[in-house]
Design a protein around this ligand. Sequence first.
Ligand SMILES: C[C@@](CO)(OP(=O)(O)O)[C@H](O)COP(=O)(O)OP(=O)(O)OC[C@H]1O[C@@H](n2ccc(N)nc2=O)[C@H](O)[C@@H]1O
Ligand SMILES: Nc1ncnc2c1ncn2[C@@H]1O[C@H](COP(=O)(O)OP(=O)(O)O)[C@@H](O)[C@H]1O
Length: 288
Amino acid sequence: MLYVKAPAKINLTLDVLYKRPDNYHEVEMIMTTVDLADRIGLELRDDELIILSSSSSIIPNDDRNLAYQAAMLLKDTYKVQKGASITIDKEIPVAAGLAGGSSDAAATLRGLNQLWDLNLSLDTLAELGAKIGSDVSFCVYGGTALATGRGEIIQQIPAPPPCWIVLAKPKIGVSTASVYGGLNLSEVEHPNTKQMIQAIEESNYELMCKSLGNVLESVTFKLHPEVVMIKEQMRKFGADGVLMSGSGPTVFGLVDSELRISRIYNGLRGFCDEVYAVRLLGERNSLA
Ligand SMILES: C[C@@](CO)(OP(=O)(O)O)[C@H](O)COP(=O)(O)OP(=O)(O)OC[C@H]1O[C@@H](n2ccc(N)nc2=O)[C@H](O)[C@@H]1O
Ligand SMILES: Nc1ncnc2c1ncn2[C@@H]1O[C@H](COP(=O)(O)OP(=O)(O)O)[C@@H](O)[C@H]1O
């Protein structure tokens, strides 16, 4: 059995520039991987079948699963005459703004590339991944990147300064399509992406906390006011910077002192069932 790590991502910035004719939105966002991961197990099959199972009762095990789609796409594109059994140990909350499904798809592409001896480059896998979803290309590489286009154009940047992340997800799932659909670009406050890149390049933790911004927050906040409350609590318990990840509803807080983590973690447990305290992964080579 081959095991592949599929880490969650957070968006340190998420800006939308305009709505495109293909109905996607042109984005500019800084994404980084965190140490909360699903584990994908892959086993070669003698027949040509792709069989998927998972530890989660809420994700589909059929062709709606993004990891299944990734396996089929790879198999069809390269006419692979082998099969695979795929198991997903789910740790990342589902429909949370943490790209769990996209990361499972990306890890499946990386793992099957190895299992099926395809020798494809990460760039090729990322290009293929974009056909499954906008976040899959980033997840193929991991690490930290500026993502543009509809999210599939990836430019690697250095790892952010080391810190802890507290993640808190309220008991609601959010549909990415409806959040993008509810965005009114004339109302939003755009984040300063350049300043965030500068903060990361200079390893300036304070500036990084100040530069956090996500234009989708306002839409999700209107749909689910409890997300605003979690953001306020996260700040109150002492996080240095707080933001909603992706289309939400997960809120993350940055903390650079280990002493404050348990206070924030325990404080948030009073409001949310799903709370995690994790490290940033930040570097591309931390996917092993
Ligand atoms: C918002 C973000 C930020 O990282 O993440 P999540 O909240 O999903 O984790 C991403 O842009 C989500 O990427 P992903 O979840 O892969 O989206 P896709 O499957 O490609 O698209 C789902 C739907 O979202 C909308 N969509 C997505 C990406 C984009 N740049 N513009 C869009 O308008 C479209 O309506 C599309 O049909
Ligand atoms: N392997 C998978 N893991 C999680 N969700 C999946 C997976 N495959 C398909 N899905 C579907 O994708 C949707 C979004 O899931 P997810 O990737 O967790 O959220 P987000 O896009 O908010 O980061 C869910 O409704 C889920 O049913």
